[in-house]
Structures are given as C-alpha cells and as structure tokens.
Design a protein around this ligand. Structure first.
Ligand SMILES: [Zn+2]
Length: 626
C-alpha cells in the first residue's frame, strides 16, 4: 500500500463513522507517491458517494466551534499548503473537513448598494448577526441598528461562550460577537473621536472594550491590553481602568501565560479575560519583504520569529484552553480567529502570512480532535474575505514579489499586486471557502452567502433568537417586611435574555416618589440578579423596580419598613424560580456591581452583602476543584 492509498483509506474512514472518524493528522501530510504517473496526484480513492453521504449528519449540535482565517482566501490557503506540505500535500486541519462550499462576502454601501470588496467589520457582522452591512460597522446594520450576535444569543440560550483571536480583542472579528458600534476603531474610552455617539458619556453603549465586559463571554482571549488600561469616562464604573472594572465585576483577568495556566474554571460568575499583548500578537514566522523584481532573487526559507509568544499562548493552545474551560453539560459556542494572515498579507509579508495560516491550521486540528472525541460538535472553518497574495509563474514586472523555497525544494513565486511598496495591500472581492464537519455541516455545501453562516450556527445550536421571550418568565423576590435600616435581599431570576438590569426603589407615597433612588446597573448572572439593600429608616411601603436592559422586561416587588420587623428578613422565593447566582464581589471595593450611583441617606443604600460574598466564594471554590 503506497502512501497515497494509505491516505485515501483514511479519508474514507473519516466519513464512515460520524463523529469518530477523523484520521490522525499525520495521515494527511502524506502526499502522492509519484504525481507524474496516471492517477499519481489524485486526492480521491475511488467513488466518494457513500463517504460523502455518511459525512452528512443532521443537527442539532451541542457545541459549535467557528474558526476564521482573516483574509484567508483560496490563494492564501494554497500558498501555505505549497510552502509547508508541498503541492500535493494537505493542511492537516483545514483540508480535513469533509464538507466544503464557497460563500460570497460582499458588503453594502450605506445606501444599500453592493460594495464588492468588504472589510473584516462588515464580513464579521454578517456571520455574527445574519445581516449585511457597511465596511467599518460592528454588528450594526446600514441604518445603525444593532442586531444580536451569535455569542450573545448563545449566552441567552444558556450555552457557554468563547471568543479567541490573535488580534487585539477590539479588532473587527472578535468585536463583532461582543459589541455594537458604528465605527470599528471605537476601541476604548479614550477613542472619543472614533466612537462619537457610541461613547457612554454620549449616551451610547460604550467602546468595544467596555462592551466586551458587558457581553461577558465565559472566555475572551487575545491581544489588546492597551485599551483595557484606559480609564472609563462615564457609566457605572467611572475613574477605574477597564481591567479594574473587569476585576470588580468578577472577571478572572490573565495577563501572562502563567496567569492563564492557573485558571481552571470559567463561568458567568467568574469569566476569563485574557490579554497577552498590548496590540496584536507577534507573528509566528519572521518577516520577509516583497519587492519589485524580488521573485528573481534566491528563494528564501521562513524562520521562526524571536518575538513569538510562549507556546502555551499559540492559537492552538488558546483554542485547547478555551475548549477545556467551555466543555460540559451546557454546550458552547466558540469563535477562534487567526487574525494576522490578513495583516501580513496587507504588509506583503509572505512568511508572516504563511506562519499565521499554519497557526490557524493547528487550531483547526485541536477543534477537530475535540469534535471527533465529542461526537456532537459542529466545526466550521472559513475566512472573512479574500486577499492579495497570488502564486505566479514568473516575476511580475511592476508589482511586489518574493520567491520562497518550499518543503519539497521547489521555488514558489508569490506576488502582491494591489499596492506599491510600503502601501497596504488590498482585500479582494472573491468568494472564499467554507468547510464543515459534524452535525449541521451540510449547510456549508455549495454556494452560500456569509450571512447563511449565522443561520447555520444558530440552527445547529437551536438558538431562540427572541430575547424578550427568554426573559418573559422572570421573577423578582424581596422580603415582605424589614426593620428600619435593616437589610433586604433582592433576588431576580429568569432574566435569560438580559445581560444587565437597571433598578430603582421608591416610596409608595406620592410625596416620596420624587425621591426614588437608583439601584444602579447590575450584571445578570445566569439569568439571575442578587442584591443586598439597606432599608430606609422611614416606615412605609416601598417598591423595587428592575428593568432588563436588553429586553425591557420590567419587574416590581413591594416591601414594608416597619418598627419591630426583622432586621435581616429572609425572602420566601417563588417555588418556581430557578436558582439565582449572585453577582460577584471581588475584593475590589466590594461594590457588588451596584453602581449607579449615589444612593442618598434618606432612601436606600446599596451595600455588598457579606453573606452573599461568602456563598459565591464557596461556589467558586467548588468549581475550581471540579
Ligand atoms: Zn484586512
């Protein structure tokens, strides 16, 4: 049995037993034994009908892993494959997915007409929300209306969520799952000019970094620490840096490989925010420079970059870590981006681009290994848009080019022809590949549009996309009676469609109503809100009101302040209410995410309940041991 036959048998086995049939990556690295003889270069071993039929597995899927090669058009895939594995070789991850199609990537101009060459913001928004939009838009449509993202919807439906990129986390591809802004450069609270109306102080939802904290994925890993070092200018956490705010809101913040290694659990009470570089990650391979006539020079071999991050922070390692933190009963949605295929293509840096493609391919192998063992995971690998690099036959006379010596010893000439030296090479408007494995993967086959990917994933995860319906059954409970100045435990549950609530407490009497106090803006944890309030000293009847920020769900409950009532009464929770996870208190001022404000002495004062903090601490200790 020659190498080709060995490979082909593995490919057949791949599809015969769904969920347990992906061959070891090494099998795919074997190329044809002799491509010069008839049949020597074929990739099929006989008729594929039965194998293809068996690869089609109906959804739903418990988990979905979406891997994006930014700027990874067909030419970028081929450049990397030729260089690393040879012309007849296979990328062990990307080329192993059994069901493949192409999708269109065009974006829109603001007047709704077609823009044939999109950017990463419009394209990411397309699969994140199912909506075509303009270049620069982060999950808002051409009328500037925000649309719920796959990550937000997965979370609202009780799935765990992750968002991983080798770019700064504010970059378009990670941002489209966690933020809604009109301009993609609205990175942090200091980006006043780029954010405009989206700034908190202008009544917006805040910068991308602030919205990442609001969206609260269970796992968020990448670069971009610079923006999280900035200080909020408005909102519930003014005058603290976004890293401080994250800690206050219960995040486990990781800044180094050791920090990340020490984290063994991630959930809504203790989500993980890991940033490992100020901006984008350094690349895997050292930079090469294409020049006019450059492909006539001696072919170069790519070398490892001295700046590359620790191997535990490679895209494959971060993908593995995310899967380990997300897998479990709830199911999960995880987006993973290899960002710098695009960035190095812009820079006409062939080795940079190749190394990032190999990096993504290794992350795909990690995802496939998990999916194979799990048997109920949909893996999709695609790109956001095509890019410049082209494999050419002879050195182009006027455009930039470089010659590379491939693994099989041949010379490959790569050209960058959409900008001059020192300029930024352009995206291109070609359709790109989309490939799938697992339940629901048939939906990538043929010609689809990028927006189809939203519905493919939402369908596979059976996501209810009606957020108000997900909060419709919410409940709010407070004790009936409390002594003046006593402590009231407030518990809301079932707010699954909401990520934050805003609340107030007011006296029942008309005169006192004007003195209503805000409870502030509070994170909803697993559909629940638990707050501890200090009761007014003035006897009377009071009303607590909570409103879900995303759905508008309004909840009210009343309590009476009376002399002789218990100082720390226990609420009798509604028997049908689901368990409530209390919001985190994390040492950092103990503000219990109760912010909003100034709570006057004459009315209610919000305080961290020590007992609640202890309960949470115990719950977390259990989670880490598990
Ligand atoms: Zn780009």
């Amino acid at each position: 049995m020659n190498a080709r036959t060995t490979f082909a048998r593995s490919a057949i086995a791949l599809t015969l037993v769904a969920g347990a049939a992906l061959a070891a990556p090494a099998a795919y690295a074997a190329g044809p034994s002799d491509p010069s003889v008839p049949g020597g270069a074929t990739r099929n071993d006989g008729d594929q009908t039965a194998a293809l039929r068996d690869a089609i597995v109906a959804g739903p899927a418990k988990n979905v892993i979406l891997l994006i090669g930014d700027g990874m058009g067909d030419s970028e895939i081929t450049v990397a494959r030729d260089y690393q594995y040879g012309a007849g070789g296979r990328l062990p991850g990307i080329d192993a997915l059994p069901l493949t199609g192409s999708y269109t990537t065009y974006s829109l101009n603001k007047d709704g007409s077609a823009d044939y060459v999109p950017d990463s913001a419009a394209t990411g928004s397309a699969w994140a929300t199912g909506t075509k939009t303009y270049d620069g838009a982060i999950s808002v449509d051409i009328a500037s209306k925000g649309h719920d993202t796959l990550l937000e919807l997965a979370k609202a439906n009780g799935r765990k969520t992750g968002n991983v990129s080798t770019a700064e986390l504010q970059d378009a591809t990670p941002a489209v799952q966690a933020a809604h802004v009109a301009g993609r450069k609205c990175y942090g609270p200091d980006s006043a000019k780029q954010c405009g109306a989206d700034l908190l102080e202008n009544g917006g939802k805040g910068s991308i970094s602030e919205q990442i904290l609001d969206t609260r994925a269970d796992v968020t890993l990448g670069g971009g620490s610079e923006s999280f070092e900035q200080t909020a200018k408005a909102g519930a956490w003014p005058s603290a840096t976004l890293f401080q705010q994250a800690a206050t809101r219960g995040y486990q913040v990781a800044r180094t490989a050791a920090d990340l290694a020490a984290i063994s659990a991630a959930d809504q009470a203790g989500p993980v925010l890991g940033t490992f570089s100020a901006g984008n990650f350094p690349t895997r391979f050292a930079e090469t420079t294409a020049t006019v006539g450059g492909a006539d020079a001696a072919p170069v071999t790519c070398t490892e970059s001295a700046d590359r991050l620790d191997s535990s922070l490679s895209l494959a390692s971060l993908t593995q870590k995310s899967i380990d933190l997300l897998k479990g009963d709830k199911g999960f949605f995880l987006q993973v981006e290899g960002a710098s295929i695009d960035k190095q293509d812009h820079a006409a840096n062939a080795c940079g681009q190749i190394g990032e493609t190999i990096d993504l391919d290794e992350a795909v192998q990690v995802a496939l290994d998990f999916a194979k063992a799990d048997g109920n995971t949909l893996v999709i690998v695609t790109a956001d848009h095509a890019h410049t690099s082209q494999i050419v036959d002879s050195t182009p006379p006027t455009s930039l080019s470089i010659a590379l010596k491939t693994t099989e010893g041949s010379t490959m000439k790569v050209s960058y022809g959409t900008a001059g030296a020192g300029g930024s090479q352009q995206h291109t408007g070609s359709q790109v590949r989309i490939a799938g494995y697992g339940p629901g993967a048939a939906n990538v086959v043929g010609l689809t549009d990028q927006t189809d990917n939203f519905f493919t994933i939402a369908g596979a995860l059976q996501l209810n996309r009606d957020l108000p319906a997900l909060s419709a059954g919410a409940t709010l409970t407070v004790p009936e009676k409390v002594a003046p100045g006593g402590t009231i435990a407030l518990a809301a549950a079932g707010l699954n469609g909401d990520r934050q609530v805003n609340g107030s407490v007011s006296a029942a009497g008309a005169a006192a109503r004007a003195a209503a106090e805000t409870i502030g803006r509070t994170d909803v944890i697993d559909g629940g809100v638990g707050l501890s309030l200090t009761a007014p000293t003035e006897p009377g009847q009071y009303t607590v009101a909570l409103t879900g920020e995303q759905t508008g769900k309004a909840l009210t409950a009343t309590f009476t302040v009376a002399e002789g009532a218990p100082t720390t009464p226990t609420a009798s929770p509604s028997p049908t209410a689901p368990a409530v996870a209390l919001p985190p208190t994390d040492g950092n001022g103990g503000s219990l995410a109760l912010t909003g404000g100034t709570v006057g002495a004459a009315a209610l004062v919000a305080l961290a309940l020590i007992a609640a903090g202890l309960l949470l601490a115990r719950a977390r200790a259990r989670a880490r041991r598990a």
